[in-house]
Write a protein that binds this ligand. Structure first.
Ligand code: PGA
Length: 260
């Protein structure tokens, strides 16, 4: 049985002074049996959010880790540094791929670092608009998946609770969300990709989230799709009212699927 996951990606927003309060407000308004909640603040707010969430069943995640363990990488954060601060990590977000030039090979190495540090990874994949319009969306996502996962042990990755987030780049922060049916078709394609990488039946146990302009008003479209197991939420995740609506809707899906 796959969990229903709602992950908040706060991106480069909040300060250590206000992150804890926001996390506590969101946590108190999103208590839904059967929904796994994750909040991913900026690195410098991880401690504040962890402390604010003491006693709440909400996980704390980082938004990235470096692909090396240590060394001369000014300004970077390595996976072991997150010990005690985070238990999840977002990897290969399209903004990191676009603005920091992250490659599939680096994203794969980040997966290794995350697993070694005991962090649960959310691997992000997604095509740009030109790829979708040219009918290449599935091919691009499959190549990203292959680039990060090929040669890596499906048993270790599924034991670590790998989550995959399908985030079409053209839908991120644009207010233009994908259709539920497209997200479901991509979730199926992702699981087919995992099977072709030797995952066998474990492909069915990997949660696939949708991300890209998710709000309380459109989340229903994704959560009614049996292939989709939750959402990675950006802009709306900074708004407690939005998170309350999104997680409440996720609770309905969790109950419908016999969770919680
Ligand atoms: P958005 O961001 O919800 O603001 O589109 C989603 C994401 O980038 O994870």
């Amino acid at each position: 049985m796959r969990p229903i996951v709602i992950a908040a990606n706060w991106k480069m927003n909040t300060t250590p002074a206000d992150a804890g309060g926001l996390a506590r407000t969101i946590a108190s308004r999103t208590r839904e049996p059967g929904v796994t909640r994750v909040i991913c603040p900026p690195y410098v707010s991880l401690a504040a959010v962890r402390d604010a969430l003491a006693g709440e069943d909400v996980a704390v995640g980082a938004q990235n880790v470096h692909h090396e363990l240590a060394g001369a990488y000014t300004g970077e954060i390595a996976a072991p540094m997150l010990a005690g601060l985070a238990s999840w990590v977002i990897l290969g977000h399209s903004e990191r791929r676009a603005y920091a030039g992250e490659t599939d090979a680096q994203v794969g190495a980040k997966l290794d670092r995350a697993l070694a540090a005991g962090l649960r990874p959310i691997l992000c994949v997604g095509e740009v608009l030109a790829d979708r319009e040219a009918g290449r969306a599935t091919e691009v996502v499959d190549a990203q998946l292959r680039g990060a996962l090929e040669g890596r042990d499906p048993v270790a990755l599924s034991a670590a609770g790998l989550v995959i987030a399908y985030e079409p780049v053209w839908a991120i922060g644009t207010g233009r969300n994908a259709r539920g049916a497209d997200a479901a078709a991509m979730a199926d394609a992702i699981r087919a990709g995992l099977r072709s990488l030797g995952w066998g039946g474990s492909a069915e146990t990997v949660p696939v989230l949708y991300g890209g302009s998710v709000t309380s008003a459109n989340v229903d479209e994704f959560l009614t799709e049996p292939a989709v197991d939750g959402a990675l939420v950006g802009g709306a995740s900074l708004k407690p009212d939005e998170m309350a609506g999104i997680v409440a809707r996720a609770g309905l899906t969790a109950r419908a699927r016999g969770l919680g």
